[in-house]
Design a protein around this ligand. Structure first.
Ligand code: C2E
Ligand code: CA
Ligand code: CA
Length: 515
């Protein structure tokens, strides 16, 4: 409480010091003196004359930010050297805080710069660096600062502005990236480069100082470089280093992913009304050369630490679309496929572009893809990039499934906000639902809420006929679980679909939930 009050006082003092050191103070000073003399006479004027400089001194006006600001374009060729740039970032951070405005720092790296150096020589590499600096200067406002962060790295710190949101930052990162990536011509040789970008909005800095802010942009840059070429990443706290754990497994699983040992297995979802297949969920499996088929629990954490969840999602999507094509070609009806996105997969500003491209490549409409997003992700007020991507996926026409519903406390508002199409009721509510009235009450409550919100429902982990029947009776739309089928490799799906359809024709009454 006392700390908050102190911080508040400090902010006011800073604001007052800005006002006192700015032109408005000069404009009002004569009026204040005159009024003091008018109402209080000579004595009051004397006190006023002494009090103003004391207050000014007290508020730090003589050392205020405005007095000591570095110029944005000091240094060689208008670029600040690292230490000066860091200092300036600090000043911009404080000024942005004081004004309550917005700013962002960007970090750029020319990828594989060593290769440029080795291939074209030092002189050409120096030219590339010089051109990059010039291009950044030309593309930015005079008040924005540009610094050299390393051999082939540059930093940009924007002068504070009133309005700057994530979307603008992404656009700006893309625009600057395009400008720098223009081929460089050196003595008749054209050199092509690609550039990774990381950025951090001032409001997203992990700590309240310029150093942490700039470091956050560099962290986002490292993440972009790992995902390159030409990737852009916004800083997210998830990028901060996690405790070290089994590097060997991380390397092994990364290799397995690229060698095609990790692929989806497919688990069917069926309608409780008709028994027809309404979709499949793609679940990752690692066909380990010595340990057999491994479940996600054995390798997902390592993939996450290696920052490879995004690559996994890419592969899962590719195989899932290929599977849809197999089923379409065989003439069987599978309306959609669910692919799991744990959170970090949703942080790529180009995700929508990528998905649209993949759908086009396979000639599939967006409604064939259901993005499964954990309820915990939606409930945790995800960062702006995740929110933006979920909304854009909905707009594109992809379906949004809220996974593990009931475990993550998502608000009704967030279900609406993210245009969720279906909630997947977690297995913990489904277990023994046929024998436990408490479970039934919980499921009924969820189903009522879903109905009011106009979203569909699916029950996960349905293991027995009893559970299947009670869910159908309570009005749940779809079911998925070992009781219907376990996840299976693509090669087994066609024969499973065929036998399921045969069973459906023979015993329709069990499948419609009214035995
Ligand atoms: P999930 O998305 O909730 O997937 C359902 C899990 O429940 C799957 O486990 C599935 O095999 C299992 N399951 C299905 N029916 C039953 C049942 O009747 N009884 C029981 N006891 N379990 C059932 P799996 O395949 O081990 O996946 C575990 C979790 O790993 C998934 O939970 C999902 O969160 C994650 N996961 C799987 N594939 C991917 C992926 O490609 N990307 C990401 N990010 N996560 C994935
Ligand atoms: Ca799932
Ligand atoms: Ca689930």
């Amino acid at each position: 409480m006392a700390q908050r009050l102190e911080a508040k006082l400090l902010r006011w003092a800073r604001k007052l010091s800005i006002v006192m050191s700015g032109p408005p103070a000069l404009a009002f000073l004569p009026a204040i003196c005159l009024a003091t003399f008018w109402f209080g006479g000579e004595g009051a004027l004397l006190i006023c004359a002494a009090a103003i400089p004391i207050a000014y001194l007290f508020l730090g006006g003589f050392h205020g930010p405005a007095a000591s600001l570095l110029h944005a374009r000091e240094g060689i060729n208008g670029l600040l050297q690292r230490t000066a740039f860091e200092e300036l970032t600090n000043q911009v951070f404080n000024r942005t805080e004081e004004l309550g405005w917005k700013s962002a720092t960007f970090a750029f790296a020319i990828e594989d710069f060593d290769e440029v150096h080795n291939r074209y020589g030092k002189a050409a590499a120096d030219q590339v660096i010089a051109r990059t600096g010039e291009r950044l200067i030309a593309a930015l406002r005079d008040r924005d600062s540009i610094g050299v962060l390393g051999d082939s790295r540059f930093g940009v710190c924007l002068d504070p502005v009133r309005h700057l949101d994530l979307e603008l930052c992404i656009q700006m990162a893309g625009r600057l990236q395009r400008v720098i990536e223009e081929p460089v011509s050196v003595d008749g040789t054209v050199i092509y480069i690609s550039v990774s970008v990381g950025f951090c909005q001032q409001s997203r800095a992990p700590e309240k100082d310029g150093e942490a802010w700039l470091q956050a942009a560099s962290t986002a840059l490292s993440s972009a470089i790992r995902r390159g070429p030409s990737a852009i990443r916004a800083f997210s706290s998830k990028m901060l280093p996690q405790p070290e754990n089994s590097n060997a497994l991380m390397e092994e699983v990364a290799r397995a992913l690229e060698d095609g040992q990790i692929t989806p297995w497919f688990q069917p979802q069926i309608s409780t009304d008709t028994g027809e297949i309404t979709g499949f969920e793609a679940l990752a499996r690692w066909a380990h050369p010595t340990r057999g088929v491994l479940n996600p629990a054995d390798f997902l954490p390592a993939l996450e630490r290696a920052e490879l969840l995004e690559r996994l999602a890419e592969l899962m999507m590719y195989h899932s679309f290929a599977a849809l094509k197999v089923w379409d070609t065989a003439g069987v009806k599978v309306p959609q496929i669910g692919v799991n996105f744990a959170g970090s997969e949703l942080s790529n500003p180009r995700l929508i572009e990528k998905i649209t491209w993949e759908l086009d490549r396979f000639d599939l409409t967006p409604d064939r893809l259901a993005i499964e997003i954990l309820e915990t992700v939606v409930a945790s007020a995800p960062d702006d990039m995740i929110t933006r991507n979920i909304n854009a996926l909905g707009k594109l026409g992809c379906r949004i499934d809220l996974d593990d519903f009931g475990t993550g406390h998502a608000s009704i508002a967030s279900i609406r906000r993210f245009s969720v199409n279906r909630i997947k009721i977690d297995r913990s509510f489904v277990m023994k639902a046929d024998r436990d009235p408490e479970q039934q009450r919980m499921i009924s409550a969820i189903l009522t809420m879903a109905e009011r919100l106009g979203v569909e429902t699916l029950a996960e982990g349905v293991e027995s006929v009893g559970e299947h029947v009670i869910l159908a009776q309570l009005g749940c739309d779809h079911v998925q679980g070992f009781g219907i089928a376990r996840p299976m490799p693509i090669e087994q799906t066609l024969s499973w679909i065929e036998s399921h359809c045969t069973k459906l024709r023979e015993v329709p009454r069990i499948m419609d939930g009214k035995p």
